[in-house]
Write a protein that binds this ligand. Structure first.
Ligand SMILES: [Zn+2]
Length: 605
């Protein structure tokens, strides 16, 4: 073991208290006193999470004697100078059942490397060994391990020794330990594992069949061979939840157990479509962000925020292709795809924040805005996922139209893969634009400037027309304006008035969660957090508010009674007509050329 100067051991020591014990041994410590630190964030999730806050005990041993250890800042420790190997022993509390943290109880263990593995300063590039020990007790005898980390002595899915080429790789292989259900398949010759944790009655055979199609489509998209020698989907099912995090050879997904395909489903719809979309998204990241990376991430600085204006490409383009590749893989129909697209367009165009923030700014400020959303987010911010995916759509359709179908965004992605993915060179801040112009031979400066650096609306209508898709506007039928849930009489009486708010059901009370800029509610002085108890002197609840509002016409002023904290307010609200703020897409173009363009974009139906 001489060639592994840095070694880790993970002991599942105390499941009842949710404590991992982790040892980090360094053969040849810094003679000035070895420094260690834990990451403050996990790549892929742009928020300072402070993994060090879950360290409940830390100490160091050298030459069988306790060594003095000082804490230098929130996440860095230094051990006193020692003339032989040093072992740091750390206990970590793990009670975060998200895809970004660590979770450990008597039913399973899951961890991401940044939560458990100290970075040994000066050894970022040193190959490391990891020994994972089973919990003690017969009730754990069926536990096994799912991870994409390379085995070094451990049997397949077994406890024992694993290895990683460096620290960056070490923390990029999440580990699930327990009695998960396991299924496997091959895609383009690469073994894929699917490990499902949590009680469920889903049809894993169906899931595997669909994932195989999806993975083959994506590998073919970028070109063989696939960049990983194996891949692991770590899926945790819960009553209600949603989340995913990408890694170089695996992904951790959290989903509602009902999102797994139920026996005998024919088409992917509802929750299962959502799960496939999530899997598709994280899998696409295997190329786009895990290997084609912003220069700002090469290497990651795990002590602080890493700023890039490019998340519109890494998350936005990934969000565009996640659904598009589902349709090209034949997992959803053209109609379902267009419905999803219409929903995304509606979500973007309803946001006042799209007029306040560009997606370059939204990317840069992900750390303090996207990841820390609040009641004002829809008024002040735009999502680089959502707008980024529609920028990708526009760019794709623009390239297709201007090159008569000879080139597309697919070619640009493959160009990025060749130039940056295969070489490991980081993408400079203007790198996407450069490659797009080189690959297509088009002048795209105007498009990019407008899409990325202004808040002007995207030319969706014009570009969708090139593939024979029409975009239509209609009044909203959801939110506070659920006109479709009223009786016909109520609907006829309704002139479609709106307050311009998003509401929630707070224990049976009608609570405003967001108040949109310029809306009737905002003009009247209503605010997020207010509980509305009566409109025009009559009690309202989350269930009856739409029908209630439906009796009024735009222009009428009515009193609204609301509690702000414990103070009762009576505010006159001048009702406004509901905006035309829902969009739908339909196929209209049937000329030979349009049909060909549409098929080349979506794949044959
Ligand atoms: Zn993503």
């Amino acid at each position: 073991m001489k060639n592994y100067p840095v070694r880790y051991s993970v002991f599942l020591s105390n499941p009842e208290a949710h404590l991992f014990e982790v040892h980090c041994s360094i053969e040849d410590p810094d003679p000035m006193g070895q420094k260690f630190s834990l990451p403050t964030w996990i790549p892929g999730s742009y928020l300072i999470r402070e993994f060090a806050k879950h360290v409940v005990r830390i100490g160091a041993l050298g030459n069988r004697r306790k060594l003095r250890m000082v804490k230098l800042d929130k996440n860095t420790w230094q051990v006193e100078p020692a003339d032989g190997p040093v072992v740091v022993i750390m206990e970590v509390y793990a009670w975060d059942l998200s895809v970004r943290g660590a979770h450990f109880d008597t039913t399973h263990a899951f961890f991401n490397g940044p939560a458990l593995f100290l970075q040994v300063h000066g050894h970022a590039e040193t190959p490391v060994l990891v020994d994972i020990q089973p919990p003690k007790g017969t009730k754990y005898r069926n536990w096994r391990i799912a991870t994409a980390m390379r085995r070094k002595g451990a049997r397949p899915y077994g406890f024992g020794t694993y290895e990683a080429a460096n620290y960056d790789e070490l923390i990029d292989h999440p580990v699930e330990i327990g009695t998960f259900e396991l299924a496997t398949f091959k895609a383009a010759g690469v073994q894929h594992d699917v490990a499902v944790t949590g009680r469920h009655r889903g049809d894993l055979r169906r899931l595997v069949k669909d994932l195989k199609k999806l993975c083959e489509t994506q590998i073919a998209f970028f070109g063989t061979p696939a960049p990983m020698d194996r891949y692991v989907f770590l899926i945790t099912t819960v009553g209600d939840g949603y989340g995913g995090l990408e890694h170089r050879s695996s992904t951790a997904l959290l989903c509602a157990r009902n999102d797994l395909p139920q026996p005998n489903v024919v088409t992917a719809s509802g929750g299962y479509r959502t799960l496939l979309g999530l899997a598709s998204h994280e899998y696409f990241h295997t190329w786009n962000v895990k290997r084609i990376k912003p220069a700002a991430f090469t290497p990651y600085d795990l002590d602080r925020e890493n700023y890039t204006t490019l998340l519109w490409a890494f998350e936005g383009f990934t969000s565009y292709y996640d659904d598009l590749l589902l349709v090209r893989a034949g997992l959803i129909s053209h109609a379902t795809y267009l419905d999803t697209l219409a929903r995304n367009i509606t979500s973007l165009l309803r946001l006042g924040g799209r007029k306040r923030q560009t997606i370059a700014e939204s990317s840069f400020d992900a750390w303090i805005k996207y990841y820390r959303s609040d009641e004002n987010t829809p008024n002040a911010s735009v999502s680089y996922y959502l707008k980024g995916s529609l920028v990708a759509l526009c760019l794709d359709l623009l390239i297709r139209a201007q090159t008569n179908g000879r080139k597309s965004l697919d070619h640009v992605m493959r160009g990025l893969w060749k130039r940056y993915g295969l070489t490991g060179i980081g993408v400079p801040e203007d790198g996407i634009e450069q490659v797009a112009e080189q690959i297509t031979g088009l002048k795209l400066t105007r498009f990019f400037n407008q899409a990325l650096h202004t808040t002007a609306d995207l030319p969706l209508q014009k570009l969708l027309k090139t593939v024979g898709v029409e975009i239509r506007q209609r009044p909203a039928r959801s939110g506070m304006d659920r006109r479709d849930q009223m009786s016909r009489k109520e609907r006829q009486a309704s002139r479609g008035v709106a307050l311009g708010v998003r509401t929630g059901n707070d224990g049976g009370e009608l609570k405003l969660s967001q108040v949109f800029t310029g809306s009737a509610a905002q003009k009247a002085g209503l605010a997020a957090g207010d509980i509305i108890i009566a409109i025009d002197g009559l009690r309202v609840t989350p269930d009856n508010v739409d029908a209630h509002l439906g009796r009024y016409r735009a222009g009428e002023t009515i009193p609204v009674h609301a509690f702000r904290r414990d103070e009762l307010l009576v505010l006159p609200v001048k009702l406004e007509a509901a905006k035309l703020d829902a969009w739908s897409l339909s196929v209209v173009g049937t000329s030979k050329e349009t049909v060909r363009a549409r098929k080349s974009w979506l794949g044959s139906a």
